[in-house]
Design a protein around this ligand. Sequence first.
Ligand code: PLP
Ligand code: COI
Length: 357
Amino acid sequence: MTDFTVEAHHNPTSAERIAQILQDPGFGTHFTDHTAVIDWTAEAGWHNHRVEAYGPISMDPAAAVLHYAQEVFEGMKAYRHDDGSIYTFRPHANAARMNRSAQRMALPQLDEQVFIQSLEQLVAADKQWVPDGEGEALYLRPFMFATEAFLGVRPAKEISYRVIASPAGNYFGGELKPVRIWVSREFNRSAPGGTGAAKTGGNYAGSLLPQQQAAEQGCDQVLFLDPLHDNAIEELGGMNVFLVTNDGRLLTPALTGTILEGITRSSVIQLAQDRGLTVEERRITLQEWERGVDEGTITEVFACGTAAVITPIGELVDGEKTIASTGTGEVTQAIRDELLGIQTGTVEDRHGWLHRL
Ligand code: PLP
Ligand code: COI
């Protein structure tokens, strides 16, 4: 165990204001009172583990992250169970993925136990911010970035790790409803040998213009295609994708190094297999999607991720063409209910995925 010092907030948010925020948390707009912080230098390694009041960060204008985007982040949630206890989901998987992302971005490795402790410490300080409404949770955002003031291009020798938290409802706003997806023909998200498998800011910065194009076409998210072949699907700007067939198979793009290895994706694969469904991780072309929907062999399509949970995909817009799919299908609904049930403590956690905070 590493000791975190805990600095209490001098002017915490009132219980009334928290209750008001939790009535309609939205996504990513309200932040809790505290942040967990750990510093790193090449000389001293990780040190100064602490929980402090949430607030602006003072950084040198030459800090490497502001110029060369040396940073990684994670996304996870804390769920309140009926008895008031709070759990997070598969935190070791997030810790391991952050370290893989960190390795790709030449950032230091953080011990998995310390990563988990940072979540525990932050949630202990901000317990009252964990919502308990249907589909709601406290979104946890661990991130690591280069603070060293130096304009030469090399891995920074001073790094900061932080966790912030934000109460969250439906990522797409309002009630759960099927979303519309825009196929990006002009832009790719990543390429072989690039940073697509790392959860690093640049991947998201590059997705903003295509996401903006998607929004202009009345779509909620952008779908990226395989950069080499241009007709196989990869993933959405912030979610993985599954197709469900009429003969009990789930199809999802294989992990080829260009997409993010989603923890929801891996959980969906397990839950689907537990139900006797066959999961195929492979190359899936847009033509297969379109033909399958036309012929009735693909009956459901959904997006999944920590923020999005499991969200049905209603329509796929490819230029002038719109490929319709079904609304919220039975398999999508059943897997969503089971996953959310495990996370919120109403369905048995048979895989030992929960971690009490
Ligand atoms: N793909 C991208 C690009 C993402 O940003 C995310 C969200 O974290 C995912 C997939 C889903 O990953 P996870 O299920 O671990 O949240
Ligand atoms: C997450 O699901 O945690 C993400 O990071 C995706 C982002 C769209 C919020």
